[in-house]
Every structure is written in C-alpha cells, then in structure tokens.
Ligand binder design. Sequence first.
Ligand code: BGC
Length: 254
Amino acid sequence: MSGRNGKHHHRVLGIDIGGSGIKAAPVDLRTGEFVEDRHRIPTPEAGGPGAIIDIARELCEHFRWEGDVGCAFPGVIRRGRTLTAANLSPEWVGMLAEKTFSDRLGCPVTMINDADAAGLAEVKLGAAKGIDGVVVMITLGTGIGTAVFVDGRLVPNTEFGHLKIDGVEAEDLASSRAKDDDDMGWSEWSARIETYLREMESLFWPDLFVIGGGISKNFDKFGPRIEVETAVVPAELQNRAGIVGAALAASAGD
Ligand code: BGC
C-alpha cells in the first residue's frame, strides 16, 4: 500500500459503478468492514464517462478521501482500459479509464470488473473463503457478471453473462433486471436461473457456484428451488461485495 493515507494505510475507498447506482465506502482491508456508512448516488441515465467520473469525485469529496481508490466497473477492464460497457454508454469502450479516473480524482485508482471484484471479496472474506478447485461467482443485477477462480486465483474478465442459451443472452434471460422487465415471480425466475446454471455447469464443472448481486439477499426465495449438481450458495457480503472487492484489488499490487 502506498501509505498516502498516513495511519489509515490499511484503508482503501471502494467504489462500485452499477447500472442503477454508484456506491462507495472506505474499507478496512483486514476485515472487509466499512469504516464509514456507504454512500450511494443514482447512475445517470446515459451512463457516459463524464457524468460518472463527476459522481466518483463527489463520492471522494463526501468521504474527504485522499488515499488509494479501487473502482469496480460493469465491463471488461484490461490494463486500465475499459473495453466493454454493455449496460452503460458505448463511450467507455477503449477509454483509458484508470488513468482518467486517477487524474480527475487526484488519487491513485485501480479498476476491476465488478463481478471479478465481488468474487475476490467472496474468495478472500466470504462464501468461497478457503475453497480449493473451481469456484464460479455469478452476480445477478442489471446484467449478469461472472468471475472464475481456480484455487483462489482469478481468471479475469470472463463474460458468461453474455452466453447465449437457445439464442438468448443469459442476462436477458435470468438477470434481476429480466425478472423485473418480464414481471416474473420467484418460481419462474428460479427456473431460468436453473437453466443458466445447468449450462454453466456443463461447461465448467465447478466445485461451487456463489450467487451475488443485490437480489442475493433474497436467496431463500429462489436458491432452494434451483436443482443442479453443483453446490450453490449465496454471497456472504451481498451488496457490499463490489465495494470490498474493488478495495482489495487496489491493494493487491502493493
Ligand atoms: C458486463 C460484465 C459485468 C456484468 C455485471 C455485463 O453486462 O458485460 O462485464 O460484470 O454485466 O455488471
């Protein structure tokens, strides 16, 4: 860690950019706990970089932040560049987002895919802690995000939310947005998740599925209905996972 934040060098501000809200909190890296209450600002409709970076600045100001920042983004991030943005504006594609954020926030920013962040948090501190073998994290939100781990090591930027099943993208079939759009009840929606998990199971043969995203707090309403061979557990950090994982990612290189 850079230690810019003096005695709080074990703290990183985690920011989670989502399709509906942008959330942040300072995270204690040793425990994964929020040091202050989370702050949320709705995602602007257009989802363009300018407006979202302004919000990230506002979040830094809210916490009077001057140290390291980890930022979870709902798209592919390679070497600091945003390469996709399925549920935000196409203006993100190809942008040197990590550098632009760092310059605009005046803090060192590390960016990571949002599902990868959530998975990291679960592997380090949550439902997949200490699990050997292949763990597949799936976040159900505006889109579907995936993160694949082998003995705790991430294979970054897997995009199996865009897997097509009978010609339909998984995130149009089984995301929580699809549940709302198609006005599905728990039973209909869990059948769709089951279809998706069966497909993923046949391709990965994982040891564990971890289901995250805000809706995972209602796991008892859909989880028990899902019948697959693989163990399926809800994320333990729930909607904290993106923020915590982003903070962990920012500390990983130090
Ligand atoms: C994006 C992924 C992201 C997921 C969840 C998908 O549409 O392509 O990168 O992880 O949504 O936000």
